[in-house]
Design a protein around this ligand. Structure first.
Ligand SMILES: Cc1cc2nc3c(=O)[nH]c(=O)nc-3n(C[C@H](O)[C@H](O)[C@H](O)COP(=O)(O)OP(=O)(O)OC[C@H]3O[C@@H](n4cnc5c(N)ncnc54)[C@H](O)[C@@H]3O)c2cc1C
Length: 471
């Protein structure tokens, strides 16, 4: 359903999830504050959901507040991911208040309770939320719409994708090839600069909450200590912009020119943008990254084109898959040909079979565990469904950017051939694309990579020892 209000945010950018009742409309114009339930797009800059919330609040002469709900448990996130997120939110709270005078509320528990309760407390009649294709988030939104009562309208804004998901395509796309043309056609309309956002005309006059950030962070660090924080990726919007275009080691300022040649060389980790943790937590906008990269197209056309292909087409294809394929993280979500070939070869003899625990502690014979790690899990477990579930488990547990549509699709691509094609049939893999050690040797300096990985592992062991000694 399309929204009916005239707004500075493009109509296609948001959808009305729930309309307040006609009776409520007649009784009052719009009371209370506009509440933005921030979930996926955790930033002040370049955020269409926040722009929309402020615009709507100005239209009705009411204030805006931002609410965030910290779940007790979200898809197995540990200290690594939650520490990164909370540190980013801590910066966000100050900058939201300093630059826009908008208060930030933090709730803990179940969003289906905290958000409707908060709406009642501040007598809000509009809830704005950002968009995620993941099933848990969609279920919560459905439940929140049921619980907020007649007087509340709910808008969902796609602040994550350059072209809003529901505008780009109304169906499950088969591959990048089938989505690319649709997205490219819409870029002139959607890859535009953001309007300047200013403080809402009506200010929040109630108390502003005090948040015990140190306590919250200490709590997630101790509960999720099994996977500790990492030191090489600083969280927050400021750090994200530095990684994109900072003068010291920014991707666009210093590293872009070799992107198309170095991005698949694991010995050159800085050959990539390194933006995915920031994109995942919404600490940077993909649209901002695309706009800034596009400005450099004359200088480095090949690199800019391949970066935009990954950043827009491949990333938005992942959202498309998770939104339109209910089984986005199981074998049922594979195409028919892939399911058949995997089942045909499910009984094939495996040369090595490892348990989840062995895989988790990297107790395998193979010294290379780079991009093809998920492929190897298919080869080293007894059946494809188990392989997929272990790959997702490891990805979500250890990757800073885990629990992301691109992660589910990455695992589905590796194991179930999603968005790929069939290849020459072979044991275990069937027609799923095969990758092996010999192939890696042809592509990059495997020994150099192993030495590099060992240095990283030793460094991290030393840091862990030092940390334990301090406890
Ligand atoms: C097995 C497997 C698991 C993966 N798990 C994750 C994950 O948990 N979270 C995650 O965000 N990505 C995941 N990916 C996709 C991709 O590998 C990473 O997004 C990318 O390596 C991140 O590094 P970067 O930001 O430096 O990438 P860059 O090459 O600089 O790309 C820029 C951005 O484009 C997007 N992008 C790049 N490659 C892909 C891709 N293949 N599919 C979708 N989007 C892409 C990402 O948003 C990325 O940040 C996975 C891929 C595979 C094969």
């Amino acid at each position: 359903m399309k929204a009916s209000t005239k707004a500075i945010v493009e109509q296609g950018r948001f959808r009305v999830l729930k309309e307040r009742s006609k009776r409520s409309n007649q009784q009052q114009q719009c009371g209370g504050a506009v509440v933005y339930w921030m979930f996926r797009d955790q930033r002040v800059r370049d955020n269409w959901a926040l722009i929309h919330a402020v615009d709507q609040a100005n239209h009705f002469n009411v204030p805006v507040v931002v609410a965030f709900n910290l779940f007790d448990q979200f898809l197995g996130a540990k200290a690594r991911q939650l520490g990164f997120m909370l540190r980013g939110l801590q910066e966000l709270q100050s900058s939201l208040m300093e630059t826009l005078q908008i208060p930030f509320f933090m709730f803990q528990g179940e969003a289906v309770e905290t958000i409707p309760n908060f709406l009642r407390e501040c007598e809000a009649s509009l809830l704005v939320t950002d968009f995620s294709p993941l099933r848990e988030v969609r279920k919560w939104k459905e439940e929140i719409c049921n619980r907020v009562g007649d007087s509340v309208t709910v808008h969902e804004v796609d602040a994550h994708n350059v072209v809003p998901l529901w505008v780009a395509s109304q169906k499950l796309e088969y591959s990048a090839r089938t989505l690319r043309g649709k997205i490219n056609k819409l870029l002139p309309e959607y890859l535009i600069d953001y309007p300047k956002i200013t403080s809402p005309l009506t200010k929040w006059m109630e108390e502003t909450p005090v948040i015990d950030w140190e306590g919250l962070i200490a709590n997630v660090l101790s509960k999720g200590a099994e996977v500790p924080e990492i030191g090489w990726c600083e969280p927050g919007e400021t750090a994200a912009m530095e990684v994109l275009s900072g003068s010291k080691d920014g991707f666009l300022t210093k590293r872009l020119k070799n992107y198309s040649s170095d991005r698949n060389n694991p010995l050159k980790p800085k050959g990539l943008s390194c933006l995915s943790p920031y994109l995942h937590f919404g600490q940077i906008s993909a649209q901002r990254c695309a706009l800034e990269a596009r400005n450099l197209r004359k200088l480095h056309s090949q690199s800019v084109d391949s970066f935009l292909e990954e950043l827009i087409v491949r990333r938005e294809l992942s959202d498309n898959f998770c939104f339109y394929q209910p089984h986005y993280d199981s074998l049922l979500g594979a195409w028919e040909w892939a399911r058949k070939t995997l089942m045909d070869h499910a009984g094939d003899k495996r040369e090595h079979v490892y348990t989840k625990e062995q895989l988790e502690s990297a107790k395998t014979f193979d010294p290379v565990r780079w991009m093809y790690w998920a492929k190897k899990i298919l080869e080293w477990t007894t059946e494809p469904e188990e392989a997929l579930s272990i790959a997702i488990y490891l990805n979500d547990k250890y990757e800073l950017d885990g629990r992301d549509p691109s992660g589910y699709v990455g695992c589905m691509w590796s194991i179930c051939g999603v968005h790929d094609q069939g290849w020459r049939e072979r044991p275990v893999f069937g027609k799923i694309r095969y990758m092996n050690y010999e192939g890696c040797k042809r592509k990059f300096d495997v020994d150099g990579y192993i030495a590099y990985a060992k240095r990283l592992v030793n460094g991290s062991k030393k840091r862990k020892k030092a940390w334990l000694a301090r406890q």
